[in-house]
Design a protein around this ligand. Structure first.
Ligand code: AMP
Length: 118
């Protein structure tokens, strides 16, 4: 379901670019971040090309995609053994620090994280 040949996450979802995939469903693909900031750093990515979580909020099929992201987050947290907790982050737009323009949620854990976000 690749919609944008210039988008690296579309290419990964289509199997056209390499990734260390840890979870797949009809709607979601999850793979390890190339530049991990913690022992577990996985990106939860809808296969459908939507620019950010902000745009997802009014995209067709938004409810199913939001649910699928939450289900994927829990499944990955469990398969990664993050019983003590973890963090979900979605950067949105330039001021939010978003560098890849395809909606994704970072799942970060495997060590105690600071309560301070920045
Ligand atoms: P963001 O800055 O929130 O848009 O996050 C984009 C993330 O994607 C960064 O943490 C990058 O390290 C990661 N990233 C970029 N390209 C790839 C790739 N080909 N495979 C895995 N992670 C990637």
């Amino acid at each position: 379901m690749s919609q944008n040949q210039n988008c690296i996450f579309c290419r990964i979802a289509a199997g056209e670019a390499p990734a260390d995939i840890v979870y797949e469903s009809e709607e979601i693909i999850a793979f390890r971040d190339l530049n991990p900031v913690a022992p577990t750093h996985v990106l939860l990515v809808p296969r459908k090309h939507v620019t950010s979580l902000h745009e997802l909020a009014d995209a067709p099929g938004r409810a199913a995609l939001a649910e699928a992201l939450l289900v994927a987050a829990r499944a990955v947290a469990e398969s990664e053994g993050l019983a003590n907790g973890y963090r979900l982050i979605s950067n949105i737009g330039p001021d939010g620090g978003q560098t890849v323009g395809h909606v994704h949620i970072h799942l970060i854990g495997g060590k105690p994280l600071s309560p301070r976000l920045i």
